[in-house]
Design a protein around this ligand. Structure first.
Ligand code: ADP
Length: 207
């Protein structure tokens, strides 16, 4: 079974998806991390990006200047769109290939995808889990984790579906507004439920 975990910025996707992978003895993929790997010199994302932008976002050593690119993504929708046009198909293919590997090794796969519904990849997955925390709590956790300003956080959130919309699509919701222990308990329940679904051979309808 392949399971997608999504949510808002800082809602706890990483925390919840890693716990769920442990609960199900599943493999885990983080699509943000796949994007970052694609943008390393020598990889296809970096090559395609360099063809479009030349050395505009490179440091003297030839590596990507992440700070410069991050600023451009915030302020220039042309750069953001082009980056997504390059990276999304590459990452989607990587996830599909890894799922094939999991099918062969008979493992489940948990994939963390911030923009699952926005990019329309939900039908690649059997189960859609949304991790929820109220907006104010997201903001304070992201500010503590990344040092982002409120304005930067708002700009990122403005490009995403509101969490309330994501919740409407969810097969399962994890409420991560409490303690880590509360989240662990919900994940333990979810893992058990999904394992039961698998053993009953449930074919979930994702349409
Ligand atoms: P996302 O992957 O959605 O951006 P993370 O899982 O990285 O979110 O969580 C954002 C921040 O909030 C991290 O610093 C994480 O350690 C913290 N965090 C996550 N869940 C909880 C929780 N239940 N209680 C307190 N802090 C949490």
């Amino acid at each position: 079974m392949n399971i997608a975990v999504t949510g808002g910025l800082g809602s706890g996707k990483s925390t919840a998806s890693r716990l769920l992978a442990v609960a199900m003895s599943a493999e885990h993929l983080d699509t943000d991390q796949l994007c970052r790997q694609q943008m390393q010199p020598g990889n296809p994302g970096f090559a395609a990006f360099s063809q479009v932008f030349g050395s505009r976002f490179l440091s003297a050593d030839g590596a990507l200047n992440k700070q410069l690119l991050r600023q451009a993504v915030f302020t220039d929708s042309g750069v953001k769109n082009e980056l997504e046009r390059i990276l999304h198909p590459l990452v989607r293919e990587e996830v599909a290939e890894y799922y094939l590997h999991c099918c062969v090794t008979e493992k489940n796969l948990v994939v963390e995808i911030p923009l699952l519904f926005e990019v329309g990849w939900q039908h690649d997955f059997a189960v859609w889990v949304v991790v929820y925390v109220p907006e104010e709590l997201c903001y304070s956790r992201v500010a503590a984790r990344d040092g982002f300003t409120a304005e930067e956080i708002q700009r990122v959130c403005a490009t995403q579906l509101p969490l309330s919309e994501k919740l409407k699509h969810a097969h399962y919701v994890i409420d991560n507004s409490g303690t880590f222990v509360s989240t662990v308990q919900q994940i333990a329940w979810l893992g058990k439920n999904l394992r039961a679904e698998i053993s009953m051979g449930n074919a979930r309808k994702t349409g």
